[in-house]
Design a protein around this ligand. Sequence first.
Ligand code: CDP
Length: 226
Amino acid sequence: MPSNPPSVIAIDGPAASGKSTLGLRLANALGYLFFDTGVMYRAITWLALQRGINVRDEAAVTALAEKAQIDVAPASKSDGRACDVLVDGQDITWEIRRRKVESNVSIVSAYHGVRSALSQQQRRIGQRGHIVMVGRDIGTVILPEADLKIYLDASAEQRARRRYDEIIARGKQADYNEILAKVIERDSIDSTRDVAPLKAAEDAVVLDSDKLDADEVFERALALCR
Ligand code: CDP
């Protein structure tokens, strides 16, 4: 039987399903650490692009993941960030949200060596407990012993609409159809890869955020913790 409130909470789901929004709110409500594992895959992708490494060069990207020093720290600015993301000391919090990173991250995250380098760090942090950890494989691979697993789903159209609204809210330009195509492409790579594919754990509670707004999703998730 899961402990209440659950100490280790895993939230998985496809791109832009609202995992980070839910995870952050839940972590704040419970006084837990919020850890979005997607930022680590994004950071390695950014680093490869920055260094002119071909993201299709698995050996080179894996070597990078094994050496890179990724740090996630409490937000140092109130500019909409959930936390600071640092690579080798450099603040790349917004860099990793760029289109170029978004287009390449699923290629990088499918590499066995990259996942094994990052998974070890994720597991170590997760096992400390009092944590809400968000990703694609948290409930299935990283922390299969998690006390509560939530799989947050929504249609591709709804998710693309949310991602579009987020970008517009940051004062940037966005093209809805392009975002929708990218979301579908990323989901397809994430769910068909050999290693740790995106899927709901058998014991996950599935929440469909097409039918629930952000507050309702949060209330349902909080109810599962009580
Ligand atoms: O925010 P969004 O849902 O769009 O993406 P994210 O959570 O930042 O993750 C970016 C990418 O990293 C995903 O499309 C996956 O390819 C990869 N990822 C992963 O493979 N495993 C995780 N635990 C987290 C992210």
